[in-house]
Design a protein around this ligand. Structure first.
Ligand code: SIN
Length: 298
């Protein structure tokens, strides 16, 4: 089987010049990097933060190992990038063990019925303004010492590797994103009185900072594409999801140590948590930043 070559090369947005205040080691040329020389428990130096922001736009997901930080330091790092997001599951305290509205508890044990984010998705795309960035701090890795990676897929490249005819067709479409799909359908939680958020977003959007087009539907939240028959919508979404899943050349896997913080660009990535460590446990906390309304405009 042959794989279509991408229309653009990673050099288009992969900044190769050096960093003076942090060190950045790519996981591959397409998505993901490990950052060293940045201790989130210490005061930030402006030049370091500027370099982290540059690396983030270039690599889309950054891993910072050995970050033994408090919840306040975790949130302070998030606030460097914008206002903190409150997850829709926070409407009911029984959904989440943490009391801080800006901190989402992430915990999977032998008694869990599911692992959060265990299917390909982008975070909370049911919101009118979904998170721009999520920052997951894994404090406890599985007792067995391995497993529990997060897998990421680059949605710029998912778009770039479609045919021009398909790209043009998708540009005219709008999809519905419904929080009930994961939060009721998969997690079996009770919705708030008005229901979980449900919003429409273009199928192809532009990243607000890079201006690049990217594919913006995901199996976690997208219920259907407007204006198509049910069969057409399901078939088209199935093709797009298969396209993302099968292309190892647009993906990476990030591995954790105790106290690894991983931040990802939720505007241009999908991710999936690998639950390969049952019956062991993995836990941590996520902070997210409120993003813009996804749009085709720049
Ligand atoms: C999530 O979807 O935020 C969870 C990711 C993970 O636990 O690896």
């Amino acid at each position: 089987m042959t794989m279509q070559r991408p229309a653009v090369t990673y050099q288009d947005h992969w900044k190769t010049e050096g960093y003076d205040h942090i060190s950045v080691t790519p996981l591959n040329p397409v998505v993901g990097a490990v950052v060293e020389g940045f201790d989130l428990s210490k005061p930030f130096v402006d030049e370091q933060v500027a370099e982290v922001k540059r690396a983030f736009l270039a690599h889309h997901v950054l891993a910072f190992h050995d970050q033994n930080i408090s919840e306040d330091q975790h949130k302070a790092f998030g606030r460097l990038f914008g206002e903190l997001h409150v997850h829709p599951l926070k409407h009911d305290a029984s959904n989440d063990r943490g009391s801080d509205p800006a901190i989402l508890d992430i915990r999977t044990t032998a008694n869990s019925k599911y692992t959060a984010g265990g299917a390909w998705h982008a975070d909370v795309t049911c919101d009118e303004r979904p998170p721009s960035i999520s920052m997951l701090l894994i404090r406890q890795i599985p007792e067995v010492g391995c497993g529990g990676d997060t897998c990421f897929a680059n949605m710029y490249r998912a778009f770039d590797t479609l045919s021009e005819s398909m790209q043009e067709f998708l540009r005219g479409l709008t999809a519905v994103h419904d929080g009930a799909i994961p939060y009721v359908g998969a997690y079996n939680t009770t919705p708030p009185p008005g229901g979980y958020p449900r919003h429409e977003h273009p199928v192809i959007v532009r990243h607000p900072e890079t201006g690049r087009e990217l594919l913006y539907v995901n199996p976690g939240f997208t219920s259907h594409i407007k204006g198509l028959t049910k069969f057409e919508s399901e078939s088209l979404l199935a093709m797009l999801y298969h396209h993302v899943e099968k292309r190892l050349d647009i993906q990476c896997r990030v591995s954790y140590r105790p106290n690894t913080l991983v931040m990802w660009d939720n505007r241009c990535l999908q991710h999936q948590a690998a639950w390969d460590y049952f019956p062991y446990s993995r836990s941590g906390a996520r902070v997210s930043v409120i993003g813009h309304r996804p749009t085709r405009d720049v």
